[in-house]
Design a protein around this ligand. Structure first.
Ligand code: SF4
Length: 344
C-alpha cells in the first residue's frame, strides 16, 4: 500500500501538539424579515446565536466529541472549523495560522488535510458516478495525477484500507451499496487524500446498530494505522464514551463543560452534562441508574433570544437568583473546564 502508507508516515512524524484551535468563535445568523416589516417596526435585526464564544483545542491524535442536543450549535461550530462558513468573530487556527488568512496554496492544503464524513453517506456520493470516479476526481485535483493506472492504484488502496474489494466495487455506483459500505467509501475518499483531521458529523446515526459497530471499529483501526485525528459531532453518548478521548458539551451555542471522556462520564460537574447523561437509556432497565436522575424543567429557549446569565437557568433544577443575571465564568481545574456558579 505505498500511497496511503507514505501519507501515514507523514502524519506520525508530526510532533504531538495542537493541530487546530477555535478561539472565541462566534457565529450569528441574521433572521430574515420582509423589508416592509423591517421598515414598519424599525427594530434592529434579530440574530440566531448559533455559536457564541467557543474555544477548543485539538491535539494531534485526539478523538474529540462535541456533544449536545439538536440546536446546541455543534454542527455550526464544525462548519466554521472546516472553513465552510466564516465566523462572525473569533478565529480558527490551523497549524499556528489563522485559517481566514491562508493564501490560495495553503487553503488548498487545508482542504486536503481537513476532511469530513457526513451523517448520510448516500447524499455525500454522486449517484451518477462510479466509485472509481468518486475516488479519482479529488485525487486528480489535489495531486494532479494524470496517469490512469496510478489513479486506479490509489483508489484501490483506499478501498482495501476500508475493507472493500476494489476488483468487485470500483466500477459500481453508490446505489449498489448498503449504507455501511457507502460510509466506508466516504472514509476511503478522505483517506486517499491523506487527511490529517476527519470531522465526523453523526457518522453512524443513520446505520443499523451492528453496522455502526463495524464502522467505529474500522475508524479506530484507521486512526492507529494512519495517525488520524477525529472530531465527532454527535448526540450519541454511548458512542462518545466508547470512542472519544476528550468531550466538549455544548448548550445553546456555548461550551458548558469539557474534559477527558472518563472523567466526564464518571463525574459530570455541570448540571446540563448530568442531565444529558441521565437521559441516556440504561441497557438493563431493572438495574438502577448509578447516578441521580435529573428531570429537566422548562423548555429549550430560542437561540434568537438566549436567556441572560447562565443560558441553562430556565431548565436547571439548581438555578439560583445569580444564575438569571450573571453569566458564569469558565473555570479550569486540571484538565477539566466548566461554567457554572455552583461548581468549584
Ligand atoms: Fe444551573 Fe446556575 Fe449552574 Fe447555570 S450556573 S447550570 S443555572 S446552577
Amino acid at each position: 500500500m505505498p500511497y496511503l502508507s507514505l501519507e501515514g508516515v507523514a502524519h506520525m512524524s508530526e510532533a504531538n501538539g495542537t493541530i487546530m484551535k477555535a478561539e472565541n468563535v462566534v457565529k450569528l445568523f441574521p433572521v430574515k424579515k420582509s423589508s416592509l416589516l423591517a421598515a414598519l417596526t424599525r427594530k434592529p435585526p434579530d440574530y440566531v446565536h448559533a455559536v457564541d464564544g467557543v474555544s477548543l483545542d485539538v491535539q494531534v491524535g485526539d478523538t474529540i466529541a462535541i456533544v449536545g442536543e439538536s440546536g446546541s450549535g455543534k454542527t455550526t461550530l464544525a462548519r466554521v472549523m472546516l472553513n465552510l462558513i466564516e465566523p462572525t468573530s473569533g478565529k480558527v487556527i490551523w497549524r499556528g495560522k489563522d485559517v481566514s488568512t491562508l493564501d490560495k496554496n495553503e487553503l488548498f492544503q487545508f482542504r486536503k488535510d481537513v476532511q469530513i464524513i457526513f451523517q448520510n453517506p448516500g447524499g455525500a456520493l454522486n449517484p451518477r458516478k462510479s466509485i472509481f470516479r468518486i475516488l479519482s476526481e479529488p485525487l486528480k485535483l489535489h495531486f494532479n495525477i494524470k496517469s490512469g493506472s496510478e489513479l486506479v492504484d490509489r483508489a484501490s488502496e483506499a478501498l482495501l484500507a476500508v475493507g472493500l474489494n476494489p476488483a468487485i466495487h470500483l466500477d459500481r455506483h453508490p446505489h449498489e451499496f448498503s449504507g455501511g459500505q457507502r460510509q466506508r467509501i466516504c472514509i476511503a475518499r478522505a483517506l486517499s487524500l491523506g487527511a490529517k483531521i476527519i470531522f465526523a458529523d453523526e457518522p453512524v446515526s443513520s446505520l443499523d446498530v451492528s453496522i455502526q459497530a463495524q464502522i467505529l471499529i474500522l475508524m479506530k483501526k484507521l486512526k492507529e494505522e494512519f495517525g488520524l485525528t477525529y472530531i465527532f459531532v454527535t448526540h450519541d453518548l454511548a458512542l462518545t464514551r466508547s470512542f472519544a478521548s476528550r468531550v466538549y458539551v455544548m448548550y445553546l451555542g456555548e461550551i458548558v463543560e469539557s474534559g477527558p471522556v472518563e472523567d466526564i462520564f464518571m463525574e459530570p460537574l455541570h448540571p446540563y452534562t448530568k442531565l444529558l447523561l441521565a437521559s441516556t437509556p440504561v441497557p438493563n432497565p431493572k438495574r438502577a441508574r448509578s447516578r441521580e436522575t435529573i428531570i429537566p424543567v422548562g423548555e429549550i429557549p430560542s437561540p434568537i433570544n438566549p436567556p441572560p446569565g447562565c443560558r441553562f437557568h430556565t431548565r436547571c433544577a439548581l438555578a439560583k437568583a445569580i444564575c438569571k443575571t450573571a453569566k458564569p465564568v469558565v473555570k479550569t481545574v486540571g484538565n477539566r473546564s466548566f461554567a457554572c456558579h455552583l461548581v468549584n
